[in-house]
Design a binder for this molecule. Structure first.
Ligand SMILES: Nc1ncnc2c1ncn2[C@@H]1O[C@H](COP(=O)(O)OP(=O)(O)OP(=O)(O)O)[C@@H](O)[C@H]1O
Ligand SMILES: [Mg+2]
Length: 354
C-alpha cells in the first residue's frame, strides 16, 4: 500500500484553556476590605479589579465589563444605591449582577438596595465564605440566564434551518430531478441542451450553498451529538447508497466543538469519497476512544487510488488535510489502485480535557 502522510499533527500548538472563576469588580472605600476580598477571591480563581470611589468604579466597569460587581453603600463621592441605579439604567450592565456589601444592615437599606437593582445584600462585617457562596450562586444564575438566551437564539436558527430545508432545499432537489429527466429524455437542439445542463449546474451549486448555510445555521447539530451517533448516520448513508456490507465499531464520545466538527467533516468527506469513487463491497467505520488518543478509521476494499498523485481539483482531500492540521490531528491515507483505501485520523488526548 502507498501510505500518504498528510499531516502528522506535530506542528500544533495546544490551545490554552484558562480556567477562570470570573472577573469581579469590587467598589469599596475601605482599603482593608478591598485587600482581604481581593486576596481571597484571587486564591479561588477569580480576577478582581478594585475601586474606592463611585466615579472610578463606573469608569473601570465601562472599560471592560465585569462578570459581577461587589458594591459598598457608603462611598465618598456618590452613595452605592445611586451608582447601582446608574449601572442598571445602562443596558450595557443589564446582565451584570450587583451585590451590596454594607454596614447599613437595617431592612430599609436592604430594600433600597434591591430596589436600586441589586441581586443580593451582604451585611458587614462579612464572612468570607458567605461572600464567595453568594458570588458563586449569582454567577451561576447569570450563566443560566445566558444559556437561556442562547437557547432562544438557537431555536430561532433551527426554525430558519428547518424552513429553508423543507422549502428551498426540497424544491431545488425536485427541480434537479426534473432537469435530469429532461436531459435524459434527449432530442434537444444544442442550445437547449446546453442551457439545460447549465441550469442543472446552477441548481446543484445552489443546493450545495444551501447545505452550507444549513450547517452554519445549526452547528449544534454536529457539536451536541455523540460522535458515535453521527458516524452511525454516515454508515447508514453508505449502506443506502452502495452495495457494501458496512461494519461499525464506534466508541461513544463527544469532543470539544472544534475537534468534533473536524473529525465529523473528515469522516464525511472520506465516506462521500468512498461512495463516489470506491465501489466497495465492504466498509469499516471505526472510532476508538483510547486513553492516549481518539482514533478514526474509515476503510474500504474498493478500487483504491494513488494518493501521492496530485490531481487537480482535489478539494475534498485538501479540506481534510486543513481540518486535521487545524486541530493538530495526524491524518494518513493508505491506498493503491485495486487495493482499497484506509483513512486514519489520530487526535491526541488533549482534546478530551474540555
Ligand atoms: N475511497 C476512495 N476510493 C477510491 N478513490 C478515492 C477515494 N477517495 C478519494 N479517491 C480519489 O481521490 C480523488 C480526490 O478526492 P477528493 O475528495 O479530493 O476529490 P473528489 O471527491 O473527486 O471531489 P470533491 O472535491 O467534491 O471532494 C478522487 O477524485 C478519487 O479519484
Ligand atoms: Mg471528495
Amino acid at each position: 500500500m502507498i501510505t500518504w502522510l498528510l499531516t502528522d499533527g506535530k506542528n500544533f500548538m495546544k490551545p490554552t484553556r484558562l480556567k477562570r472563576g470570573g472577573d469581579v469588580l469590587i467598589i469599596d472605600d475601605t482599603p482593608d476590605n478591598l485587600e482581604v476580598l481581593t486576596e481571597m477571591m484571587t486564591k479561588r480563581g477569580y480576577q478582581t479589579r478594585t475601586c474606592t470611589t463611585a466615579q472610578s468604579g463606573w469608569d473601570t466597569a465601562r472599560e471592560a465589563l465585569p462578570d459581577l460587581i461587589l458594591l459598598d453603600v457608603g462611598l465618598p463621592d456618590v452613595d452605592g444605591f445611586t451608582l447601582c441605579r446608574r449601572f442598571k439604567s445602562d443596558p450595557l450592565f443589564a446582565d451584570v449582577p450587583i451585590i451590596f456589601i454594607s454596614a447599613f444592615n437595617d431592612v430599609e437599606n436592604k430594600v433600597r438596595g434591591f430596589k436600586a437593582g441589586a441581586v443580593d445584600y451582604i451585611p458587614k462585617p462579612f464572612h468570607f465564605n458567605e461572600v464567595i457562596a453568594r458570588v458563586q450562586s449569582q454567577l451561576a444564575l447569570k450563566n443560566l440566564r445566558q444559556q437561556e438566551q442562547e437557547l432562544a437564539v438557537l431555536h430561532e436558527r433551527q426554525r430558519i434551518a428547518r424552513d429553508l430545508h423543507d422549502s428551498v432545499s426540497q424544491m431545488l432537489f425536485s427541480a434537479g430531478l426534473m432537469l435530469d429527466k429532461l436531459i435524459a429524455h434527449g432530442g434537444h437542439d444544442p442550445f437547449t441542451e446546453q442551457t439545460l445542463l447549465r441550469l442543472l449546474e446552477l441548481g446543484r451549486s445552489a443546493a450545495a450553498e444551501m447545505r452550507t448555510i444549513l450547517y452554519e445555521l445549526r452547528p449544534e447539530a454536529l457539536t451536541n451529538a455523540d460522535l458515535a451517533d453521527l458516524l452511525a448516520n454516515l454508515a447508514d448513508i453508505v449502506s443506502a447508497r452502495t452495495q457494501a456490507v458496512v461494519e461499525t465499531r464506534l466508541d461513544s464520545l463527544t469532543l470539544p466543538d472544534d475537534a468534533q466538527i473536524a473529525v465529523y467533516r473528515i469522516a464525511q468527506e472520506a465516506i462521500n469519497n468512498l461512495i463516489k469513487h470506491a465501489q466497495p463491497s465492504s466498509v469499516l467505520i471505526e472510532l476508538v476512544n483510547a486513553p492516549d488518543a481518539v482514533r478514526l478509521t474509515i476503510a474500504d476494499d474498493g478500487v483504491g487510488f494513488d494518493p501521492s498523485h496530485s490531481g487537480a481539483g482535489r478539494f475534498g482531500l485538501a479540506n481534510m488535510i486543513e481540518r486535521a492540521e487545524r486541530v493538530g490531528a495526524a491524518l494518513h491515507i493508505d491506498s493503491e489502485p485495486g487495493q482499497g483505501t484506509v483513512v486514519r485520523l489520530k487526535l491526541e488526548s488533549i482534546w478530551e480535557m474540555a
